[in-house]
Design a protein. Structure first.
Length: 106
């Protein structure tokens, strides 16, 4: 039987909570210093839950990077599509990237 919409939403919420906790651990310990134990603790889950969603800390790290790049691309794509001049598109992209960097310290 396929999971219900509610179950899918709960899974996504757990995954996001893990990624949020992991980001804090990676910020303070770095990739090499972080452990799955610390990520589980910071996320408020047991290690079994963590391993249900991710194979390793590298897998968690990759998911964080992927979400970040998707978010950045979604911000930049309309700028690229909207510009007639490559020069102006480049300038507007740089401005948007600077804005994104200021919004997301750390």
């Amino acid at each position: 039987m396929a999971p219900s919409k509610r179950q899918l939403e709960e899974r996504e919420m757990r995954k996001q909570r893990i990624l949020t906790g992991a980001l804090e651990v990676f910020k303070s310990k770095g990739l090499e210093g972080a452990t799955m134990d610390e990520i589980a603790h910071q996320s408020g889950f047991g290690k079994a839950t963590l391993y249900y969603y991710f194979k390793s800390k590298e897998d968690v790290f990759s998911a964080i990077l992927e979400e970040g790049w998707i978010s950045i691309w979604e911000s930049l794509e309309p700028i690229i599509a909207d510009q007639k001049s490559p020069r102006q598109a480049f300038i507007n992209l740089l401005i948007k990237i600077a804005e994104i960097a200021q919004e997301r310290p750390g």
